[in-house]
Ligand binder design. Structure first.
Ligand SMILES: Cc1cc2nc3c(=O)[nH]c(=O)nc-3n(C[C@H](O)[C@H](O)[C@H](O)COP(=O)(O)OP(=O)(O)OC[C@H]3O[C@@H](n4cnc5c(N)ncnc54)[C@H](O)[C@@H]3O)c2cc1C
Length: 315
């Protein structure tokens, strides 16, 4: 836990993330978790995944945009991405973070964000595609739910993520149930205090299973987003017991993580979607993936050592 917290803390230090960002693409280690820096790289990755019968959810990396122009540019970028998905006949949708769409703009961030989200939803709807709203750190939980609820009333093509580590999530699901939405269940990727979130893996896992049982009770479309074998087993068991139809659920995993499990899920005939992030603003996302599995740090260190000392270990 200490190592995780330390890596997570580092991810908030701009001089550290800048130093990593300068080297990550050049030396290849960032490409372990991101599909590239340009949209064309991401489209190539999506086509490859579709070729392996995996749907995709494309995300343009970035968060905490603080200007109206910046957020509007992000919105235009997402609309262009939707058109590119369509032009390339890709089986997939897009994932967005609300802080990318101006939630932090002062004043009027909430209204701006909701308007831009609605514009993306309208463009997606014309192309018969949907969008998934990522869930960010706890300062954004309430406003993300509020915006989701507001847009979902008008547009059926909006889905959202919720986090099993938060105590409040079961109540939030009850609030959302009347909308019959698609919900992506994740464990949660941010550091949250014990006043609001489970801290121990076994408690998060138990809540994940409890929430999954609720999600699979017929009122939601469920995206089971995890690489945890125990969670996957629980989900597969419930799906079989309740004969959940394939249009009512899917598994979701992250680009570059547990490709063995991705293959297993597909081989068993379950629908699977891969979250495909791309873009130049990859460092905070990359650091969150490192903090989830400190062993990942070794391959970064290895790359930096090779850069510093050469592949034979000498400078
Ligand atoms: C499709 C998708 C969308 C997501 N969207 C959000 C979101 O909107 N908001 C949010 O807070 N979180 C999101 N997450 C991240 C999530 O909250 C977890 O942080 C992340 O998925 C790791 O948890 P886990 O369920 O895989 O279980 P864990 O218990 O963390 O891991 C289980 C096993 O998975 C493998 N694994 C997990 N992570 C890694 C890694 N980084 N590198 C290598 N192996 C790994 C390991 O084998 C590990 O033992 C998303 C995750 C997925 C799969």
């Amino acid at each position: 836990m200490i190592v995780r917290d330390f890596i997570f803390w580092l991810s908030t230090k701009k001089n550290v993330t800048d130093a990593i960002a300068r080297r990550g693409i050049k030396h290849g280690f960032a490409l372990r978790f991101i599909a590239g820096e340009q949209l064309e790289d991401a489209i190539r990755a999506c086509l490859e995944l579709n070729g392996e019968s995996r749907r995709i959810s494309l995300n343009h990396l970035g968060e905490n945009v603080t200007t109206v122009e910046g957020a509007t540019g992000v919105k235009d970028g997402y609309v262009a991405m939707l058109r590119e998905l369509d032009r390339n006949k890709i089986d997939g949708n897009i994932s967005v973070k609300l802080t990318q769409l101006g939630l932090d703009v002062k004043p009027g961030g909430r209204e701006l964000c909701q308007r831009l989200t609605e514009e993306i939803l309208a463009a997606a709807s014309e192309l018969r595609r949907d969008i998934e709203m990522d869930m960010e750190g706890s300062p954004y939980t309430d406003v993300t739910l509020d915006i989701f609820e507001a847009v979902r009333r008008r547009r059926e093509n909006a889905a959202m993520a919720i986090q099993a580590y938060l105590y409040r999530t079961e109540k939030d699901l009850e609030r959302l149930a009347p909308l019959h939405p698609k919900i992506r269940l994740v464990k949660g990727a941010y550091r949250e205090p014990k006043s609001i979130a489970f801290q121990r893996k076994q408690d998060v896992d138990a809540n994940y299973c409890r929430l999954l049982d609720k999600l699979l009770d017929g009122r939601f479309i469920t995206a089971i987003a995890t690489h945890d074998l125990a969670m996957l087993d629980h989900a597969r068991k419930r799906i079989a017991e309740r004969s959940v139809k394939q249009d009512q659920y899917e598994f979701q995993m992250i680009f570059g993580i547990r490709r063995d499990l991705q293959q297993e899920i597909r081989a068993q005939g379950h629908p699977l979607r891969i979250y495909v992030p791309y873009g130049t603003e990859w460092c905070p996302y990359f650091m969150r993936r490192l903090s989830e599995r400190p062993a990942n740090c070794w391959f970064v260190l290895k790359n930096l050592m090779v850069e510093t000392f050469g592949s034979n270990g000498k400078k």
